[in-house]
Design a protein around this ligand. Structure first.
Ligand code: SAM
Length: 285
C-alpha cells in the first residue's frame, strides 16, 4: 500500500495528478486523497479511476464535481465544508490545478474567507517541457493557450514578442501547425523553438528547431497527442554600443570588474572576453 491515512487539518488541499503516467503522483498526494473529509474534482470519473489504480477507497465519500465555471453554487458547497472545519482535496483533470486548469476562483475565495490553502504538488506539462526543450530556463513566461481566431492569435503573439524569457504555450494537435506558422511570421523564422509531445507517455517526443522548420514539418506531417510549444526569447542582432557602455557603467558602480562583465555579457548574450576587457579599461579610467 503506497498511501497512509493521516490526520489532515481543516483547509483546502490542491492535489496534482499525473499528466500521463499514472504512477507520477506523489505519496503525499495519495495520503491527502485517502484522508480528506471531502473530495472534489474537475473530472470526477478520471479522479475515481486514479484512486482505483492506487487502491484508495472512497470510504463512503462522494466526489463533488467542481470547475470554476460551475459557478457560486458548487463553490458554495466546498466553502460550506471548509466553514464546517472539514479538509477538502481538490484535483483538476491532469497536472497541477490552476495551471490552464480550474481552481483559481476556489483558492481565492477560500483564502479570502481565512481558510488554510495548501497543495500536494506534482507534475505539470509546462515544467517538464522546459526541462527537456534545450531552451534557457533562467526566465520563462507561461502564456497558456493562444486564441483560436487567427487575428486574435497574431495580436497575442505580437504582445509577447519582446518578453525576455522562454515562451511556453499549451496547444492542440489540430492547431499546432497554424500556430507555429503564425509564431514564425510574427516573431521571425529563425527563432529557436521546441515542440514537446505526449510527455511521460509511450510516444513522448521532443523536436527542436527554428520556428519555420517546425512549422513546415508539422504542416507536412501532422501529429497527434498533447503538446507544449516553447519559443526562445528574441536575441537582438545589432546591439547598440552605447547601450553596452551604459550598462557597464551602471554595473561597475556596484560590482567588481569581473562581475560587471559577467552581468553585461549575459544581459546582451555577448561573448564575455571583449566585454571583460572593456570593463577593465573603464574600471581603470
Ligand atoms: N494542469 C495541466 C498542467 O499542469 O500541465 C495542464 C492542463 S491543460 C487543460 C491541458 C494541456 O496541457 C494540453 O492541451 C497540453 O497542451 C498540455 N499537456 C497536458 N499533458 C501533457 C502531456 N503529457 N504532454 C504534453 N502536453 C501536455
Amino acid at each position: 500500500m503506497n498511501f497512509q491515512k493521516i490526520r489532515l487539518g481543516p483547509g483546502l488541499y490542491f492535489v496534482a495528478t499525473p499528466i500521463g503516467a499514472a504512477r507520477d503522483i506523489t505519496l503525499r498526494a495519495l495520503d491527502v486523497l485517502a484522508s480528506a473529509d471531502v473530495i472534489a474534482a474537475e473530472d470526477t470519473r478520471s479522479l475515481r479511476r486514479l484512486m482505483e489504480i492506487h487502491g484508495i477507497p472512497l470510504d463512503g465519500r462522494r466526489i463533488l464535481a467542481y470547475h470554476d465555471h460551475s459557478g457560486a453554487g458548487a463553490r458554495g458547497k466546498i466553502l460550506d465544508a471548509l466553514h464546517g472545519g472539514k479538509s477538502v482535496a481538490y484535483a483538476s483533470e491532469a497536472g497541477m490545478p490552476l495551471i490552464a486548469d480550474p481552481g483559481y476562483d476556489l483558492g481565492k475565495d477560500a483564502a479570502e474567507a481565512g481558510h488554510q490553502v495548501t497543495c500536494a504538488p506534482g507534475p505539470s506539462a509546462a515544467l517538464m517541457a522546459l526541462t527537456l526543450a534545450g531552451l534557457p530556463t533562467d526566465a520563462f513566461f507561461f502564456a497558456g493557450f493562444l486564441p483560436n481566431a487567427k487575428g486574435a492569435r497574431r495580436a497575442r503573439i505580437e504582445a509577447l514578442r519582446d518578453i525576455p524569457g522562454t515562451l511556453v504555450f499549451y496547444e492542440s494537435p489540430k492547431r499546432v501547425a497554424a500556430c507555429l506558422s503564425d509564431l514564425a511570421d510574427v516573431l521571425g523564422d529563425t527563432r529557436q523553438a521546441a515542440m514537446c509531445r505526449e510527455l511521460t507517455k509511450k510516444f513522448e517526443e521532443v523536436r527542436r528547431g527554428s520556428l519555420a522548420d517546425l512549422a513546415v514539418a508539422l504542416n507536412d506531417k501532422p501529429v497527434k497527442g498533447e503538446i507544449v510549444l516553447l519559443v526562445d526569447r528574441a536575441h537582438s542582432e545589432t546591439v547598440n554600443e552605447s547601450d553596452i557602455e551604459e550598462a557597464l557603467k551602471q554595473a561597475l558602480r556596484t560590482h567588481s570588474v569581473r562581475d560587471a562583465a559577467d552581468l553585461v555579457s549575459e544581459m546582451f548574450k555577448l561573448p564575455r572576453r571583449p566585454i571583460y576587457q572593456r570593463a577593465l579599461k573603464m574600471g581603470k579610467e
